[in-house]
Design a protein. Sequence first.
Length: 246
Amino acid sequence: MSSGFVYGIHAVSSRLQQSPRHCRRLYCADKRNPRLLQLIEQAREAGIEVSIESRARLSARCDSDKHQGCLLETVTTGPLASFEDILSEIGDQSLLLVLDGVQDPHNLGACLRTADACGVDAVIIPKDRSVKMNATVRKVAAGGAETVPLIEVTNLARSLKDLKQAGVWIYGTGDRASASLYEHDFRGPVALVMGAEGSGLRRLTMESCDHLVSLPMLGQVESLNVSVATGVCLYEILRSRSSVKT
C-alpha cells in the first residue's frame, strides 16, 4: 500500500466520488470558499477527515502551487485493472489508447481526460521511458485518472501482439503513414497508438501496428502536441463509428 496526493478542485471531487475508500484526509486552505466548502461536506459525508491549513503548507505538501486550495491524501492498494483483465473483456466496440513513451505529465493527464470523454476502456503505457501517475497527472486529467484504468506493461510490442491475437485492430500514428486518419471507418475493437513527444513511435511499436494513419497538416507546423492529436484521433474514431451505425 502506498500513499500520494490528488490536488485541484475537479480532481479531488472526482476522487472523493469515485473511490472514497482510498481517500485518507482532505486538506483545505480555508472554509469560506463555496467550492471548497462543497469538498469539505463531500469528504465528511464519506467519513474522511478534514484539516484546514495555509496555502503555503499545501504547496509544500504537494510541491506545487496549482492545488486551488485543496489537497487530498490517498492510499493505493494496487492497479484498478491489469492487462490480462483488458484482454479478457475485449468486445466489438472496445477502444484502447496506447501511449508509447509520453514523458510530460500534462500530456498524460490531458490524454486521460480525453480518454474518459471518449469512452476509452483503458490507457496502456510501457513501464520504462514513460511518465508515471502523479498529482500533476491527476489534476490535469480532471477526474479522468479516477475513471480510466492506466495499465503499465513491460513489453509494449508484445502487448500489442497479444491485442491483435484478441481481435483488436492496431492503428498507429505517424508522418510515415500512407493513409489519412479519415480514410478508415474503425469498425471492431480498436487500439489507437500515439508516439512520444518529438520522437513519435518507436520502430518495434510501429511494426506492431496493422495500419499507420496521419493527420493532415496544412500549415507550417510539422506536428501537433500529442494530447491534442490524441483528442483529434479519438473523436474521429467516435464520429466514424457513429456514421457506420447509421
